[in-house]
Design a protein around this ligand. Sequence first.
Ligand code: C2O
Ligand code: CU
Ligand code: CU
Length: 503
Amino acid sequence: MHSRRDFLKWGAAAGGGLLLPFDKLAAGAARVRPFQVPLAIPPVIKPVRKTKDGDFYVQTIREARAQVLPGPKTPIWGYNGMFPGPTFKVRAGRPVVVRRINKLKVPVSIHLHGAEVPAASDGQPDRLIEPGEAYDYYYPNPQDASTLWYHDHAHHKTSRNVYMGMAGFYYIEDDEQDELNLPRGKYDVPLVLLDRDFNKDGSLRFRDKVDQVLGDVLLVNGRPMPYFKVANRKYRFRVLNGSHTRGYRIALASGEPLIQIGSDQGLLNAPLPATSIPIWPSERAEIVIDFSKYQLGTEVVLHDAPNPNNPLEGEPIMRFDVVRDEPDTSSLPPVLREIERLVPDAATVRRDFTLSKDFDRNLWVINGKAFDIDRIDIKPRLGDTEIWTFINASDLPHPMHPHLVRFQVLERSAGQIGPGDVGWKDSVRVDPGARVRIIMKFEGFTGRYVFHCHNLAHEDHSMMGNMKVVRGDQPEQRRAAFEGGYVDPADRATGTFRCDIRT
Ligand code: C2O
Ligand code: CU
Ligand code: CU
């Protein structure tokens, strides 16, 4: 049994980013020195076809070798053979179909994290694309501008599959955001944080753990603690914690504040300065850094601060080298967008989820139950507002994530609603021994979705539930013309793969 004191101790450790006592990054940092390689930016994927209905993309999931470490190449499993996968840039309200062709030897399932999609395209753990098969995912994008991401979600194999490289960015963009004139184009930069272990030959060293999967080497966009040459102007960075278990508290090593402009589900109401920003697995933090205040030649380090009170010491994440003089026509307006607060009075359903470990079975459970793919745990109704309370009765933090719905954080039992909590969210950290209350309104689609802990070790072992969203007072979203996939007869005719469309 763990005492209340243990909870407090772990709470402090969890808040500090690195999950003590696993002081592994320090060892890794000695092996791979920081700031030796340039930042890589994943390419933007282009649609193979545009029609009046929307855009059509194709991705092949395959083995490849990627330059990750300075030494030998690393065998990965990647979307189009890339680690991380290419970035989608799609428009709000314009549907997209992505055909995924599985050329791996293992089944995969691809989930678009934070997206409102029909259940058949959500990447359910059991909706697998078998080796040699393909599947067309339909994404209607009925959402505000936001930084989403796509990653593997195969039943009990998510941890391994993501470790091997299956993750990428998916931006939804809209006119409202464009009009703000935030830094854009090459001044709008994705940064996915991933920690990994490597064997001496450069290959990834995955171990299927129940509690935590932590890596020695911290990667940004698939390169170890890189440097990035920047101009003396404003940049927007879209930071995603794509790590399995590790939380970060991103901060400038100088102690100067970061300006947060967005979280999981798009822009905040207003820019928010913060000395450090906690970002737990699957969360996003969008920040603006204005390099115009630095002399050319300045090196600005972004690091993982140990705790909110001490942003000065930390493990390096990456370094910005201010090397160029460039004009800046972008702006950072004082108001970014209206965010309507959901009011607790509107909630008609309240649910409690106790998060704990079943030590007898060595599994993580929700309300005492391990995930059963055939059991429906909750049935929210479309149009209903619900309040969920997560109660963490364990000694590790749990970043909890429901598919389909965005939510707002109402309350934390321990600590304040932090900068990472404001705005629309799709994942929320629940500290050891703490309670977190969130509020959401079910919209969009009916069908079976999952909710789970986004520590991928916990997700696989088996901290997940099924929710079946059923009809309610609100009508279901109308599906656009190419619902059910978009099969080009020419693709079928080539016979190079079997297109198995299951909707
Ligand atoms: Cu990124 Cu089921 O989640
Ligand atoms: Cu998700
Ligand atoms: Cu967990």
